[in-house]
Design a protein around this ligand. Structure first.
Ligand SMILES: Nc1ncnc2c1ncn2[C@@H]1O[C@H](COP(=O)(O)OP(=O)(O)OP(=O)(O)O)[C@@H](O)[C@H]1O
Ligand SMILES: [Mg+2]
Length: 483
């Protein structure tokens, strides 16, 4: 017994670890994926926006220069101001412009351009990309976007000048580089943090399950009282704990019933055996005549009959509960069956001044039943009714078809059953008044047998009673579908 729990413990631990591991892995992957997607998309947006603003800047500059060349082709001052002075005034995002006439001779150049850019390289790189900017590295390693475009000077005939423009984008590049660095740092930190955090969350979530398992492991037949306290559990696990507790309630009740049942059996077997022994001892205490011996033997036989009936009832109940028990069903006219029971009890009913009647309507009711068992069930009910109905009372047997079921009713006008005892009358060995029943020979198994027989037929038994005004037991049995 003691080796069992330790035997099972490793299996439980293994399952828990796997679950915690799986949850942690799922949380971490989801978290990392989220960080990866969000930072990467932010990076792409930033890069696109920077490129767009550079492109717009270049387009603006080209437009201004083209306008000047178009409208005032000989206004060198305006051009110089645009090309030499404005660019020189900038501190950030330095840009350089070179204006060439239609023979390729430079007209104006931003001062210092040749120091930053290899002009020959610029010409070569922008040759095939009219107006679209391309990347280029400067003489000192700085990053540039460069473009070249034709501008028509408003001379007559029009002169096709060339504008070469370059903008320093080193700062944007540095910004993007820093961003990439942060990106990797965040990813690295996340890949450490998420599993740690995920593991804590998973462990926290699994703890109630562990507690439920620990309680389940602690429970044995001797401490069935233990229950899981589900305070603070999430609703799913609280309902699991609730279901588990309900199961324990049922097991505890069954255990109690079984131990009460064993105690009752022992008690009910002991009484007749005790009587037999006592009578035998008294009889043997001195010499007796034949009549005295006969009396003792008769009384012993009576006790023996009681004993064998009790054992027979117990055996019947045990067999009825076996899943292997099969009914010997046959088509039974319920009216005929009720009449047979009435005929059997007629004499004892009239002895007690009770009128015993079987309702005639029952004769039209037929069903597939185990005749012998059903006879036994109805007999038990009639025997109860007669036993608890006083002189001048009435016991009625009735049956009727009701949809897909039949109802068999045995009602009386007798003493009835107190309301508090009603829920227990189908329990084994239960007697409303044990002292009275003990003398009259009742063992309290009659209604338990009725219930077993009804359950075997797939139906259920009910009792209604008003204390002092009789009782009525109803057996509701479904009719088998005939194919
Ligand atoms: N028709 C009834 N009227 C009043 N009380 C009843 C009636 N039927 C059953 N009871 C009560 O229910 C108890 C249980 O009935 P049950 O038939 O199971 O046992 P019993 O009649 O005492 O013994 P057994 O039937 O085993 O000889 C009875 O002891 C009796 O107190
Ligand atoms: Mg009875």
């Amino acid at each position: 017994m003691s080796s069992k729990p330790s035997h099972r413990a490793p299996a439980v631990t293994r399952v828990r670890r796997t679950l915690a591991f799986r949850l942690t892995a799922a949380y971490s992957l989801a978290g990392l994926l989220f960080v990866l997607l969000s930072t990467a998309s932010l990076y792409i947006v930033l890069r696109t926006e920077l490129d767009k603003s550079t492109e717009q800047f270049l387009a603006d500059k080209l437009h201004v220069l083209r306008t000047i060349l178009q409208e005032r082709p000989n206004d060198r001052d305006a051009l110089r101001e645009e090309i030499e002075l404005e660019t020189a005034a900038r501190r950030y995002q330095q840009f350089y412009i070179r204006l060439l006439d239609d023979h390729g001779v430079p007209i104006l150049t931003t001062p210092g351009m040749a120091e930053q850019l290899d002009v020959a390289e610029l010409i070569r790189r922008t040759r095939n990309h009219s107006e679209t900017s391309v990347s280029m590295t400067g003489v000192h390693g700085r990053a540039f976007r460069v473009a070249s475009a034709t501008a028509w000077a408003g001379t007559s005939p029009p002169r096709g000048d060339t504008i070469q423009i370059a903008i320093d984008i080193s700062q944007e590049e540095a910004l993007l580089r820093r961003y990439r660095l942060w990106f990797w740092a965040i990813l690295l930190a996340s890949s450490v943090l998420f599993p740690l955090l995920g593991y804590r969350i998973a462990r926290h979530g699994i703890r109630p399950v562990e507690e439920i398992a620990a309680t389940a492991r602690r429970i044995t037949s001797t401490n069935l009282r233990e229950r899981i306290g589900a305070e603070g559990y999430p609703s799913e696990l609280a309902s699991l704990a609730g279901t588990f507790n309900e199961m324990l309630d049922r097991i505890e009740q069954s255990f109690e019933r079984i131990s009460r049942f064993s105690a009752d059996i022992a008690h009910d077997l002991r009484t007749p055996v005790h009587n037999i022994r006592g009578e035998a001892e008294v009889a043997l205490a001195r010499a007796r005549n034949v009549d005295e011996y006969r009396e003792v033997i008769e009384s012993t036989l009576e006790e023996a009959v009681r004993l064998s009936e009790l054992i027979g009832d117990l055996l019947f109940l045990a067999r009825a509960e076996s899943p292997l028990t099969e009914l010997r069903r046959e088509r039974v006219n319920v009216g005929t069956l009720l009449n047979a029971v009435r005929d059997y009890y007629e004499a004892s009913a009239s002895d007690g001044g009770i009128s015993l009647v079987a309702d005639e309507g029952a004769e039209s009711v037929t069903a597939e039943l185990d005749r012998a068992l059903m006879l036994r069930a109805v007999s038990n009910l009639v025997s109860n009714a007669i036993a608890h109905t006083p002189n001048g009372g009435k016991v009625t047997l009735a049956a009727r078809a009701e949809g897909t079921a039949i109802r068999i009713e045995v009602s009386d006008t007798g003493a009835g059953i107190p309301a508090e005892a009603l829920p227990r009358v189908f329990d084994r060995f239960f007697r409303v008044d044990p002292s009275r029943s003990a003398t009259s020979g009742g063992t309290g198994l009659g209604l338990a047998i009725v219930q077993s027989i009804t359950t075997l037929h797939g139906g259920h038994a009910e009792i209604t009673s008003q204390f002092g005004h009789g009782a009525c037991v109803t057996l509701r049995i479904p009719v088998l579908a005939t194919s």
